[in-house]
Design a protein. Sequence first.
Length: 57
Amino acid sequence: MDQGTIGSIFTVIVFVSFVGVVIWAFSSRNKKKFDEAANLPFEDEEKHESSKKDQES
């Protein structure tokens, strides 16, 4: 196997991996988990604001 063949095989492996990640990321099964993860910073902010109000009282 020469360098061109190895490079071609590597390119195909990387492309298939990329397509797999894209399919996984846009899968409807994962939508709920991703939505929950996207809202985590806002949940922390709400907890932080409520603890500030408790400290002010």
